[in-house]
Every structure is written in structure tokens, then in C-alpha cells.
Write a protein that binds this ligand. Structure first.
Ligand code: PLP
Ligand code: COI
Length: 357
């Protein structure tokens, strides 16, 4: 394994005094990890350096053609002072899925988990300790070839930055209002919906902005072809409880991100004895369930958002208030169990947590 060269900052920043006001992704720690790719050399020169600007040629490919992707994961401080990651191998495996689709050279997954650990160790004092807070970890890759031809890059940077965070939504675990998008689409079969391509997020902002103007937290995307199958929310996968059965859209079309929280929730719910089905789910089925009183619960899942109950769904003129706009029993149980494992309060029977020593 390559050695990671560490250069520590000589001017550490002030840490946030009030952990209740962290929000999401606004503050960054003292250091970052960098590694370069150059054709013929592969990934090389892994290093931890003081956090700061990265020089880029104005013609750098990522700025023009968006050849960039990323991951999102977290480090948690347990009551006994240990630092834990949650299924980091899954994030690095998914980064390679994104890399493959975007013609970005593969990374060494195991080495990149070690890089995350090394960086988290250096900035360990930045991990917040207040209830519900964690250290968000953002690994990302971008193409830096100084040229305007549209070709896969031969020169790239892999970076990791860290951000102490609280709740992703200002409302915390309170139910969010979601708007079913009818004008714009996010992904189609054959596209990049199953990856964390930076461009997926750029094209989602217009819908997001319009939803926010109407007082909604995010949009729920429908499939890009039939405009009827439920896909996912901007930064979360979605689950619905209809007549006691937990249903989440299947990943078959290749237009939905395979969330690590999604996968973990399916495993957790099944271990608790719930029936969980991955299948195509039409918006009309949700409306029918709402109208006949069998729409029990809805929630989103994601690293940043954790478990986010959905209190209202709007589809055209139809406003559906779910579970009286309150947190449902399954959402609460999942939140307690998942965060319990992540913060080391509940025994991890699945072997999902990885200690940063
Ligand atoms: N869907 C999208 C579009 C996302 O950006 C995310 C967040 O990464 C998720 C789903 C949830 O994925 P995960 O649970 O791996 O964080
Ligand atoms: C995450 O949940 O880690 C994400 O990447 C969501 C992000 C787009 C804010």
C-alpha cells in the first residue's frame, strides 16, 4: 500500500463553538487528502495537506464537461470516545461504479478507505459530539486535463474533505414536505442515474429551486420515460408503507442511486420481521392507497438525511398528508436502530461499523 505523506497545518482554525448550529456542509476541517492520476503513472502521490484552494487551469476538463463524481459518508464519535465509519467499503465500491460510467480510472477501494481513516484521524478533534451530529466525509474525483476536446481525462485529482454536520434538513427528524416532479426528469435508463456523477445534481437544481419556492424540501422524481414510476428524492431513496408492507422502488431501470442507507434499511427491516418489497411502484398506486386509507407511512433514506419522514406529498393538485404529518412508527424505529448502530449505542450485529484507530 502506498504511503500517505502528511503535512500538518501551522494555522489551525477555530472549531465551531455551538454544535447545535452546524447545519450541513458549511464548515470544513483543517486538512484534506489529495492524490493525482496521470496516465502511465496511475494514482500516485497520496498526501494529507492543509485544507485550501486547489490550483486549476482555466481549461480544466471538469469545469467544461463535468467529468466528476463523488461519495458521501460519515464518521461518528461513540459515547466511549471511539470513532466509527459506516460501511465505508460500500462507498468506495460505488465510487468505482460511478468511475466506470464516467470513464474515470478506477481507484483502489481498500486504499481509499485507509485514506479516509488517515484523514479522519488527523482531524479527529473536529468530530462533533452533540446528539445527532457527525463528521461528513466527501471523497470526490475531477478531471484536470487542460484541454477542450471531449475525451476521457488522462489527468485527475482524487480529494477528500471533511465537514462537521448536524441535520441535513433544517427541521431535523421532523417530517418533510415533498413535491412530485412533473416537468423535469433526473435520469433515464442508459444514463447516469445509478451513479453519483456531479452532473446529476446540477440538472436537478432547477426542480429543487421551484419546489423550495412553493415551500417543499425536495422533489420526488418520477421515471424519465413513462413519468409514472416513483424513483427517488434529490438526496435520498424512498420507502412507502402501504397496508403494512414496506415498498421501495427497485434499482432495475438503472436510473436510481443504490443507496447504502437504503440497502441497510432493507436488511434491518427484514431482520425485524417486516415484509420489504423492491419493485416498480406507480404514483397512481400511492394515490389509490391514500384514497382508500392504506397509505401508512413514507420516508427517505440517505447518509446526509439519515431517515427523513415524509409528512406531505404533493402531486399536481393532490395534497396527501401522510400519517397526520407525524413521524411514523417504522421511520422512528429505523432511525433509532440505524443511528444506534452508527453512534455505537446498539450492538452492530451486521458488522457494518469500522473503527478508525
Ligand atoms: N439518492 C441520491 C440521489 C443521493 O444523492 C443519495 C445520497 O448519497 C442517496 C440516494 C442516498 O444514498 P446513501 O444512502 O448511500 O447515502
Ligand atoms: C449524501 O447523503 O451523502 C449525499 O451525498 C447527499 C448530498 C447530495 C448532499
Amino acid at each position: 500500500m502506498q504511503e500517505i505523506k502528511i503535512t500538518l497545518t501551522t494555522s489551525p482554525k477555530e472549531k465551531p463553538a455551538d454544535q447545535s448550529k452546524l447545519g450541513f456542509g458549511k464548515i470544513f476541517t483543517d486538512h484534506m487528502f489529495l492524490m493525482n492520476y496521470d496516465e502511465g503513472q496511475g494514482w500516485h502521490d497520496p498526501r494529507i495537506v492543509p485544507y485550501g484552494p486547489i490550483p486549476l487551469d482555466p481549461s480544466a476538463m471538469c469545469l467544461h464537461y463535468g467529468q466528476a463524481d463523488f461519495e458521501g459518508m460519515k464518521a461518528y464519535r461513540t459515547a466511549s470516545g471511539k470513532i466509527q465509519l459506516f460501511r465505508p467499503d460500500q462507498n468506495m465500491a460505488r465510487l468505482n461504479v460511478s468511475n466506470d460510467r464516467l470513464c474515470i480510472p478506477k481507484i483502489d477501494e481498500e486504499f481509499c478507505v485507509e485514506a479516509v481513516k488517515a484523514l479522519v484521524k488527523v482531524d479527529a478533534d473536529w468530530i462533533p459530539t452533540a446528539e445527532g451530529t457527525s463528521l461528513y466525509i466527501r471523497p470526490y474525483i475531477f478531471a484536470i486535463d487542460p484541454m477542450l476536446g471531449v475525451h476521457p481525462a488522462k489527468h485527475l485529482i482524487f480529494a477528500i474533505i471533511l465537514s462537521p454536520v448536524g441535520a441535513y434538513y433544517a427541521a431535523g427528524l421532523a417530517p418533510v414536505k415533498i413535491y412530485v416532479e412533473q416537468n423535469y426528469v433526473r435520469a433515464v435508463t442508459g444514463g447516469t442515474g445509478f451513479t453519483k456523477a456531479a452532473a446529476n445534481y446540477a440538472i436537478s437544481m432547477k426542480a429543487q429551486e421551484e419546489a423550495e419556492k412553493e415551500g417543499y424540501a425536495q422533489v420526488l422524481w418520477l421515471d424519465g420515460v413513462h413519468r409514472k414510476y416513483i424513483e427517488e428524492v434529490g438526496a435520498m431513496n424512498v420507502f412507502f408503507v402501504l397496508n403494512g408492507e414496506v415498498i421501495t422502488p427497485s434499482l432495475d431501470r438503472g436510473s436510481i442511486l443504490g443507496g447504502i442507507t437504503r440497502k441497510s434499511c432493507i436488511e434491518l427491516l427484514r431482520s425485524m420481521g417486516y415484509k420489504v418489497t423492491e419493485r416498480n411502484l406507480e404514483i397512481d398506486e400511492l394515490i389509490a392507497a391514500y384514497d382508500n386509507g392504506t397509505f401508512d407511512e413514507a420516508f427517505g433514506t440517505g447518509t446526509a438525511a439519515v431517515i427523513s419522514p415524509i409528512g406531505e406529498l404533493k402531486y399536481g393538485d393532490k395534497h396527501m398528508t401522510i400519517n397526520n404529518g407525524e413521524i411514523g412508527a417504522i421511520s422512528q424505529k429505523l432511525y433509532d436502530t440505524l443511528t444506534g448502530i452508527q453512534w455505537g449505542k446498539i450492538e452492530d450485529k451486521f458488522g457494518w461499523t469500522v473503527e478508525v484507530k
